[in-house]
Design a protein around this ligand. Structure first.
Ligand code: NAP
Ligand code: MG
Length: 400
């Protein structure tokens, strides 16, 4: 049987712990037997990041920029415990933050739906994808404790030295104050990434802020999103039958829990932080959530939303064949392969990627699953497998 060929290599970004273990198995059992896999490989395992002083992280992001599509395994974000465990030279920055900064990307999170795992919200028929603006607001805010009576002002000192002031509050007693910011260019990038993603996935776009209360700050978000839509995407959206819908954030939240799903919910940073966890938990399981970083330049990096599943890794090291769910990792690969196929115009590869997703989904639909899903499955599972046996079961169903 001839293997499916690829034109342009994928950027393959390897990672840590249990996901690194499964990464190999996925390649060996689900990819290499069927496709002539071409990748440019970057090892972002913590040991190699330490050895290269994080240069490898930067190189991997540059490669995604150059080749257009990457697939990334989960990676450890170092903390002091990890520094000890891996005898690190220094506390490495989050690789995802480094990559995101280089690609100027927005992260989209989408649940993988299976009928056996019912969303907690019964009206949801299709997955809801959340796009979170990943710059500024409360995440880059300055805060101050106010000890007692006094006045707090915002002061803007222009580069020519002139000042503009606005009163925040007259304090009669103690309290707190916070100053936050955002920049137009980042909001524009965010809006562009959302419309690029929506066009790729054929989804309506919802965006919401609190512009009735925050007329300048949230008002700017609303205005920029609208400007990007009107000037750059309105025609393309119309051609693809995609609608752009703006509403107030409280109205959006109320509508989301009554909606059928199947749209992209673009969220400001804090809204996205909070609401993506609500969507993930109401949709089923973290192990069934995919994530893709989309840059405004049209560059894509696919990954699972979950981490390295550390505790399972320690059990695997002791010899246990854990029942870690590989679905989101597999979907990271299929997402990347399908995008590569679209860009290279290689329909056999696109067909394979769809087929592999179907193989995984039909395995679960037939009641064959890993332990995490077994707890949620309705009706109850037919067979609960370890990761290796689950991957074998899915491989048996791949048709090319
Ligand atoms: P995690 O790896 O997502 O795991 C948290 C828990 O969720 C696991 O203990 C497990 O629960 C469950 N889980 C997650 N994925 C699963 C899967 N595929 N199959 C079955 N169960 C799954 O998060 P964490 O333990 O907080 O973080 C571990 C490491 O991952 C950290 O070093 C962190 O820095 C890193 N991390 C990386 C990324 C990334 O690269 N994108 C994202 C998040 C975290 P049970 O133990 O109950 O089975
Ligand atoms: Mg959160």
């Amino acid at each position: 049987m001839a293997k499916i060929s690829m034109k342009t290599p994928l950027v393959e970004i390897d990672g840590d712990e249990m996901t690194r273990v499964l990464w190999e198995v996925i390649k060996e059992k689900l990819l290499l037997p069927f496709i002539d896999l071409k990748t440019e490989y970057y090892d972002l395992g913590l040991a190699n990041r330490d050895k290269t002083n994080d240069e490898i992280t930067v190189q991997s992001a540059e490669a995604v920029k150059r080749l257009g599509v990457g697939v990334k395994c989960a990676t450890i974000t170092a903390n002091t415990a990890r520094q000890k465990e891996y005898n690190l030279k220094y506390l490495h920055p989050s690789p995802n933050a480094t990559i995101r900064a280089i690609l100027d990307g927005t992260v989209f999170r989408k649940p993988i739906s299976v009928s056996r795992v019912k969303p907690t919200i019964s009206t949801w028929k299709l997955p809801i994808t959340v796009a979170r603006h990943a710059y500024g607001d409360v995440y880059k805010a300055a805060e101050m404790e106010i000890e007692g009576a006094g006045k707090v002002e915002l002061v803007y000192t222009k580069s020519d030295g002139t000042e503009r002031r606005v009163k925040v509050a007259d304090f009669a007693g103690s309290g707190i104050v916070q100053g936050m910011h955002n920049v137009d260019e980042s909001i524009r990038s965010f809006a562009r990434a959302c419309f690029i993603y929506a066009l790729t996935e054929k989804l309506d776009v919802w965006f919401a802020t609190k512009d009735t209360i925050s007329k300048i700050y949230d008002g700017r978000f609303k205005a920029i999103f609208n400007e990007i839509y009107e000037t750059e995407f309105k025609e393309k959206c119309a051609q693809s039958g995609i609608n752009y819908f703006y509403t107030l954030i409280d109205d959006a939240v109320a509508r989301v829990v009554k909606a059928e799903g199947g749209f992209l919910w673009a969220c400001k940073n804090y809204d996205g932080d909070v609401q993506s966890d609500m969507i993930a938990s109401a949709a089923g399981s973290l192990a069934m959530m995919t994530s893709v970083l989309v840059s405004p330049g049209g560059v894509f990096e696919y990954e699972a939303a979950h981490g390295t599943v550390q505790q399972h890794y320690y059990r695997w090291q002791k010899g246990e064949k854990t029942s870690t769910n590989p679905a989101a990792l597999i979907f990271a690969w299929t997402g990347a392969l399908a995008k590569r196929a679209e860009l290279d115009n290689t329909p056999e590869l696109a067909y394979f990627a769809k087929g592999l997703e179907k193989a995984v989904l039909s395995t679960i639909e037939d009641g064959i699953m890993t332990g995490d899903l077994a707890k949620l499955s309705d009706p109850p599972p037919v067979k609960v497998l370890n990761s290796w046996d689950f991957i074998d079961a899915a491989a048996d169903r791949v048709q090319i």
